[in-house]
Design a binder for this molecule. Structure first.
Ligand code: CP3
Length: 359
């Protein structure tokens, strides 16, 4: 089988034949094949059974022709061996049974051993490496801040008030929690790499809730610890967040060969803020996948024009695929990215701006 290494090459800012593309949440409820499995098994049951998790990981690879697979798991799985309880309640998202609010709660957290406590994730990686062959596999974990926000709030949150209250009012509790979490997440990510993950992404999905000042003192050192542990294993590391326009230089300082950009900043402006010594991933608004094809096409071309053929661009959305996204549009974006970035056919900047009246 032919090896598709354009994703791994782009992570290293090496030249590629065409721009690689994959999607955060590329496996999920927008896909009928996934819904068919979800009729029989809960989300956690899929994660616990490595054969099923591997099958769900492969669904979008077969169907969409993406350039990377992302392991099917969830950033909150490590919460289970910590002893906090995790449920995905219908329509509510994740619910943590015993949220962490005090020094005693932090002290009571169980130690976590990735090999034994999260061995089912590692087993799914081993199965996938046998089945994927040519397509690289991305492992992942949540960043310490985003995971902490769930275990302190007890679930999803808009204001992150309990999380910030702990930071401001009980900083010693906050730092002890982040110290523990970053150690566990670093070991978990390293275990995924040793099981066969060829790149890893850390999801700091909600870091954008913080001011740069708070990010720097309460979050950066802990993300850095996780990112450095992964980097020492010599695989590309992607550092992702949303609403991060003002945090990008600090995220770069924390680490990552590739920094995720969401759609709130034009890709070239985000890349300029970061500097050209890192690769970037992004940044189509997931809502655009609901738009008519000509509109999607204009925006895909706009992102590629802003990347301007520079090595080190991985095409993705600015955040995960939304439920009810039309599968055909996702597939069309993969084909567009490949077609419009292929050098002999790639449109020049001027041609691109003429081809769409509005970008
Ligand atoms: O990207 C992939 O295809 C791999 C699988 C994956 C899942 N979760 C499976 C999942 C990944 C990479 C994640 C990461 C994740 N999980 C994040 C970071 C990414 C992001 O979106 O910001 C976060 C914040 C979580 C926590 C989480 N898990 C929430 C908030 C929810 C509920 C949201 C919802 O849509 O109901 C989940 C559930 C979840 N994890 C689903 C999937 C496919 C929902 C589908 C289901 O219930 O079957």
């Amino acid at each position: 089988m032919e090896i598709n290494d354009r994703f791994l090459r782009a992570c290293r800012r090496k030249p590629v034949d065409v721009t690689p593309v994959w999607f955060m949440r590329q496996a999920g409820r927008y896909m009928p094949e996934y819904r068919a499995i979800r009729e029989k098994y809960s989300l956690l049951e899929i994660c616990y059974q490595p054969e099923l998790a591997a099958e769900v990981t492969l669904q979008p690879v077969r169907l969409l022709g993406v350039d990377a697979a992302i392991l099917f798991a969830d950033i909150l799985l490590p919460v289970i061996p910590l002893g906090l309880g995790l449920e995905f309640a219908k329509g509510e998202g994740p619910v943590i049974g015993k949220p962490v609010r005090s020094l005693e709660d932090v002290r009571a957290l169980n130690p976590v051993d990735a090999e034994t406590d999260l061995g089912y994730v590692l087993e799914a990686i081993r199965i996938l490496r046998g089945e994927l062959k040519g397509v690289p596999l991305i492992g992942f974990c949540g960043a310490p801040f985003t995971v902490a926000s769930y275990i302190i709030e007890g679930g999803s949150s808009r204001e992150f008030l309990k999380t910030k209250t702990m930071m401001y009012s009980a900083p010693e509790v906050w730092h002890m929690l982040m110290e523990k979490l970053s150690g566990i997440l670093a070991e978990y990510l390293v275990a995924q790499i040793r099981a066969g993950a060829q790149a890893v992404q850390i999801f700091d999905s909600w870091a954008g809730a913080l001011s740069p000042q708070d990010y720097e003192s309460f979050v950066l050192p802990y993300s850095q610890k996780v990112l450095q542990a992964a980097k020492a294993e010599n695989v590309p590391v992607i550092h992702f967040g949303t609403n991060t326009t003002t945090l990008l230089p600090l995220m770069k300082r924390a680490g990552g060969d590739v920094i995720g950009l969401d759609w709130r900043i034009p890709l070239d402006d985000g890349w300029a803020l970061l500097g050209d010594d890192v690769a970037v991933q992004g940044n189509l608004d997931p809502a655009l996948l609901f738009a008519p094809l000509p509109k999607i096409q204009t925006r895909v071309q706009d992102i590629l024009r802003r990347a301007a053929g520079r090595p080190g661009h991985i095409f993705n959305l600015g955040h995960g695929i939304l439920q009810h996204t039309p599968v055909d549009n996702v597939k069309a974006v993969v084909d567009m990215v490949h077609e419009y970035s292929r050098p002999p056919f790639a449109l020049s900047g001027a041609e691109r701006s003429r081809s769409g009246e509005e970008v």
